[in-house]
Design a protein around this ligand. Structure first.
Ligand code: ATP
Length: 380
């Protein structure tokens, strides 16, 4: 195993930059996920590491060696594709053997290594089957064995689970993670599924239009997003545009005072990020009637969605919409009686409402199209 380093890695297609100066260090034995909306450059980045795409600029370094100019077979990377890419006319064992034959490994050693790789993915009993005689999950495990058998310095996975059904995806995800940790594989995985990335990776790279927005652990990205794009892409988030009015007070574009964590009284426009589960609800209007005081923020329930363990409350704050998520109330909890139109009081820790630095390209913060963001635009 070796470390992997990308330095200012870039790819230009005609006049469009698909990947724009990506810097990344993956430590030995670390699993890093590239995450981001469709077309953000994840696959292009991975393929440049594998050697299938020639970078326009920048370097790929594996261990101490600059491999940028080397063809794929001379890079010591093992890649697993979304489509498995198994040879249909070859048995499982022959598929796994292929990379070893290409590397001129003698038959006795080949046989030992094939058996070992198939045992690792629990397919030793199916070595003589053809790919079409296997389930999707089994085929994907053959593809994993084929990549692992060559003992690659860097393991590359391109959306390896996207052809599997939800249950199998969960199982294979755990298998890959166990194997990766047991063997200490330096791994780069591409996925557009944030749950997959959050559960598998040591660190994640959030990309947007060819650029890295943030690199960090799942907790870094969720608790301390670098900007509104990351906040909206990783988990759900209320994003409220407006300006700091005084220390601890942010006024939304619609005029609602949002208690927040500021260490400055300086007026500055920006976006507040507030996770839905950090908002707590009390039935009825705030006691003092003041908005934004310690008594809480006044809102009305717009809709209630029951989701089993949790319930979502869509709230209206006079033209500003917010989403709150609570554990589903039980017993005689007064929240149980909340219906659309009911007045409620909202409270949160000031520290939960974080002011984010302005996003470089404000036009592109709406992650809703990917089904995970919750950028709540102000009413006109
Ligand atoms: P997805 O999740 O949809 O697979 P991605 O993040 O992997 O997306 P890439 O496949 O890396 O994105 O593509 C990045 C950008 O480069 C896209 O805008 C894409 O249209 C463009 N692109 C990719 N391959 C080519 C090519 N061969 N010629 C021109 N443009 C390309």
């Amino acid at each position: 195993m070796a470390s992997l380093r990308l330095e200012q890695l870039s790819k230009r297609y005609n006049d469009a930059l698909a990947v724009a100066g990506v810097d990344l260090d993956v430590a030995e034995g670390e699993l890093v996920a590239l995450l981001g909306p469709s077309g953000c450059g994840k696959t292009t980045t991975l393929r440049m590491v594998a050697g299938f795409i020639k970078p326009t600029a920048g370097r790929v370094i594996i261990g101490a060696e600059d491999v940028t100019a080397r063809p794929p077979h001379a890079r010591d990377t093992g890649m697993v594709f979304q489509s498995y890419a198994l040879f249909p006319h070859m048995t499982v064992a022959e598929n796994v053997s292929f990379g070893l034959e290409m590397r001129k490994i003698a038959r006795p050693e080949r046989e030992t290594r094939i058996a070992e790789a198939l045992r690792m993915v629990r397919l030793d009993h199916l070595a003589q089957r053809l790919p079409r005689e296997l389930s999707g999950g089994q085929q994907q495990r053959v593809a994993l064995a084929r990549a692992l058998v060559i003992n690659p310095a860097v393991f590359l996975l391109d959306e390896p689970l996207s052809n599997l059904d939800a249950k199998l995806r969960g199982e294979v995800r755990l298998e890959i993670r166990n194997l990766q940790q047991r063997l200490g594989l330096t791994t780069l995985i591409v996925t557009h599924d944030q749950e997959e990335a959050l559960t598998m990776a040591d660190r994640l790279v959030v990309m947007d239009r060819g650029r890295v927005r943030q690199i960090g652990t799942a907790e870094d990205l969720y608790e301390r997003p670098a900007d509104a794009f990351v906040a909206g892409f990783v988990g759900r988030c209320n994003l409220i545009d407006g300006a700091v009015e005084a220390e601890g007070r942010f006024r939304s574009g619609t005029g609602i005072v949002i208690p927040c964590a500021t260490d400055t009284a300086k007026t500055a426009s920006g976006t507040v990020a507030l996770r839905p589960e950090r908002i707590s609800l009390t039935p009825g209007a705030p006691e003092t009637g003041t908005r934004g005081g310690e008594a809480g923020v006044a809102a009305r329930v717009a809709a209630v969605t029951y989701l089993g363990a949790q319930t979502e409350y869509h709230l209206d704050l006079g033209g500003l919409s917010l989403l709150a998520v609570q554990s589903t109330p039980s017993g005689d909890d007064p929240l149980k009686a909340l219906r659309p139109g009911a007045p409620v009081t909202l409270n949160w820790d000031r520290a939960a409402a974080r002011i984010l630095p302005p996003t470089p390209d404000a036009d592109h913060r709406d992650a809703d199209q990917h089904g995970v963001g919750n950028h709540l635009h102000q009413g006109a």
